[in-house]
Design a protein around this ligand. Structure first.
Ligand code: GLA
Length: 715
């Protein structure tokens, strides 16, 4: 839609709906980046002068902003490729050897004729989203093996300095903690070295120059990969900033036999000249298109927090009955149903149903769940094995290990060497058998420790992830209707690689509804809400010990794909009825939440409100939270300006009966109600689109952990 690739053989233009990305073969024969930003249709006007060295210490090859610089020659910035050739040298010079255009794809072939190494640079337009996918394939065209020691997916050149870098840091139970850092001289490096989880940094870069949600330049890129990655942002001495992202070169070496090739993960890049919201919208839609299954996600129940490993047929049936009563659509049995799994010490790898807990197998529970009108799901941690298991006794050679050294456990488990074909087959069979024998609709695929003691093979970091994706894809092929959730100790699998292969992501084991707002907000910068699983769990919260009202807990979890993890046996009838009403409301609005545009609303108040809007067609849903009322701001009625409405349209605003309530004392002091004159809960109000977008929606909350959901619909 609206895109095209222009090429006169030396200047190439990749044109999306509103952006252009331009590079050329320069007089030195190098592929030189020229431009990335708002559309410029005529690429013929770009000058490609021969570059002059700044000094003998800053030679031309170092200054040239190459599309894919390789290690060698006078190149001292980060390079995208480093190869050890058969003679031990690392010298490469990549010249343009050819190109081809096929629809929305451009292929540039770079070649070092002396070393007989080829690199194919692929670019694919996603024109309507103003995004470009790019990936690189390095090929050994010679007759002797070579070793790839570093391979990035791409290098990006931004003609600006003093940018701001945004990413997340975190760890288990504290995922998606956004940070922003000024880029200056030197490098910012974010990476993952653990093989299996992206808790600590996420495989994307966002660089902006003074941007806000709706203004300013933002350049961004995200990998389709959940394995070891490295992102380097480097401000040069020549007025530009480089961003490079791809496979991590940490402990990495990939031998290519003659004829073999290695593909770097797909990188999606984009430029927004209207701030972060536009970036998020494009990436959300990109993520939704990656997702294999476009069904609206069901409301699930999972008893992990309520029961941990103490699952058995009778207690799960009891929970299932209560879950069905409150409107749950998918009942998931978490950890503890298999092998001798009574805690973290045993069971992983023995994927047979535990007979003490399920004397007649899983079928009676599944039958009951289905009879109650719900789907059935089950937890696996297929990449792991506990030392006491039958699997480990039979196959001690299947784990990652260094011969002669004691193998180290984490969470009392080893990791299976998924690069071995026998292990891949075992993992596939374990899940496939269960899915073939029982009508199962959902699998939660977890992993709870990183790779360590990786042995002698330095390619396995990549091979593990490739094998993981291949097994998951194979399961999808065999069981196309089964949704598979990607989880790694909570939110360790949040990335576009996961979304290409899994159907949902578990966002965090941190289910504290207040902290979750921070996690979810950061998540929303890049990843689609439709994949963001969020549960309502018991109070005091198991980690924070915070006691948050059920209403706020539901509202926080309703911002994503809703799940419930409450101990429903302990809940009172009144609490269960309250749960049922939120779930009912969620079902009415979830299409807007899961598939709508998402806005992080500006909060024009000195109090600590957080507000978010979802928009789908003529319907909008607005969430407003006030975790804590500050003294002195009780009387303030903040306004939240909405986005994307029809200015001339008339909208009905319905509240859910919470909103501002004035106490008797407030009334006696003449304290104001909402500035729109209607305390929330008093029935719908009507406003024009332009009023809601420019003046804003007035919402006043009081108390701690106050929250409300407003439904806005054009009439
Ligand atoms: C991980 C997951 C949890 C739960 C446990 C089970 O921590 O993130 O949701 O499944 O494992 O052991």
């Amino acid at each position: 839609m609206g895109g095209n690739i222009s090429s006169d053989g030396s200047v190439f233009g990749l044109h999306t709906r509103a952006t252009s990305y331009v590079f050329a073969v320069d007089p030195a024969g190098l592929l030189r980046h020229l431009y990335w930003g708002p559309s410029i249709g005529d690429v013929g006007q770009f000058p490609v002068p021969a570059l002059a060295e700044v000094s003998t210490n800053d030679p031309v090859a170092h200054l040239t902003p190459q599309e894919f610089p390789a290690h060698g020659g006078f190149r001292y910035f980060e390079t995208a490729l480093r190869v050890v050739l058969a003679d031990g040298s690392r010298e490469l010079r990549l010249d343009v050897a050819g190109h081809s255009v096929d629809g929305d794809e451009l292929l540039i072939n770079l070649r070092d004729s002396y070393a007989e190494v080829d690199v194919d640079l692929h670019y694919r337009l996603i024109a309507d989203l103003d995004l470009i996918e790019r990936w690189a394939v390095v090929r050994n065209s010679g007759v002797a093996p070579i070793t790839v020691e570093a391979l990035a997916s791409g290098q990006i050149h931004i003609p600006a300095t003093d940018l701001r870098f945004t990413n997340v840091h975190g760890h288990w139970n504290a995922e998606q903690q956004q940070f922003q850092q000024q880029v200056s001289y030197g490098k910012i490096v974010t990476e993952m070295r653990r093989g299996t989880s992206t808790h600590h940094h996420n495989p994307y870069f966002i660089l902006d120059s003074g941007a806000g949600e709706h203004h300013g330049d933002v350049w961004f890129g995200a990998l389709n990969y959940g394995g070891n990655f490295k992102c380097v942002v480097e401000q040069t001495q020549y007025g530009s900033t480089l961003a490079q992202i791809g496979l991590n070169d940490y402990d990495f070496a990939f031998v290519l036999a003659p004829g073999d090739e290695l593909r770097a993960p797909t990188l999606v890049i984009g430029h927004s000249d209207s701030g972060f919201a536009a970036m998020s919208h494009r990436l959300h839609e990109y993520g939704r298109r990656l997702m294999r299954d476009d069904r609206i996600r069901p409301v699930l129940y999972n008893s992990w927090e309520a029961a941990t490993f103490s699952v058995n047929c009778d207690s799960q049936i009891e929970l299932a009955r209560k879950a069905a009563q409150i409107g749950i659509e998918l009942f998931v049995v978490d950890d503890g149903w298999f092998g001798q799994r009574h805690g973290i010490f045993d069971g992983l790898g023995d994927w047979y149903v535990n007979e003490e807990k399920f004397p007649d197998g899983l079928q009676p529970l599944i039958d009951e769940v289905h009879a109650l009108g719900m789907q059935f799901g089950i937890w696996f941690e297929p990449e792991s094995v506990n030392p006491p298991t039958e699997l480990y006794a039979q196959h001690p050679e299947w784990i990652y290990q260094v011969p002669g050294r004691a193998s180290e456990v984490s969470r009392e488990q080893y990791l299976l060497n998924l690069t071995l074909p026998d292990v891949q087959e075992f993992v596939f069979r374990s899940i496939d058998d269960l899915l073939s024998r029982h009508p199962i609709d959902y699998v939660k695929w977890d992993v709870n420790r990183p790779i360590a003691q990786a042995g002698t093979e330095r390619s396995l970091w990549k091979r593990h992830i490739d094998a993981l994706y291949a097994v998951v894809d194979r399961l999808h092929e065999a069981h196309p209707n089964v949704l598979i959730e990607g989880c790694a100790s909570g939110g360790g699998r949040i990335d576009f690689g996961t979304l290409r292969h899994f159907d949902d992501v578990w966002t965090s084991d941190n289910t504290d509804a207040y902290e979750r707002l921070t996690v979810q907000r950061s998540y929303s910068f890049v990843y689609p809400i439709k994949a963001m699983r969020a549960w309502v769990t018991d109070v005091p919260n198991f980690m924070s010990q915070r006691i948050i009202p059920l209403r706020f807990r539901f509202h926080s979890a309703m911002m994503g794909t809703l799940g419930v993890g409450l101990d429903l046996n302990e809940a009172s009838d009144a609490e269960r009825a309250e749960c049922a009403s939120y779930i009912e409301q969620y079902k009415q609005i979830r299409d807007v939440i899961q598939e709508g545009l998402f806005f992080r609303l500006r909060v024009q108040t000195s109090n600590d409100y957080q507000a978010f809007q979802y928009l789908l067609g003529d319907r909008s849903v607005v969430f407003v939270f006030l975790p804590q009322t500050k003294i002195g701001f009780h009387g303030e009625t903040p306004r939240f300006r909405l986005h994307g409405l029809d200015p001339q349209g008339t909208y009905e605003v319905r509240t859910d009966g919470s909103g501002s309530q004035r106490s008797k004392v407030q009334e006696s002091m003449g304290a104001a109600a909402d500035s729109d004159g209607a305390p929330a809960g008093d029935g719908p109000t009507r406003h024009s689109g332009e009023y809601l977008m420019h003046h804003g929606l007035s919402v006043r909350l009081v108390g701690d952990y106050a929250s409300t959901i407003l439904e806005v619909e054009q009439i």
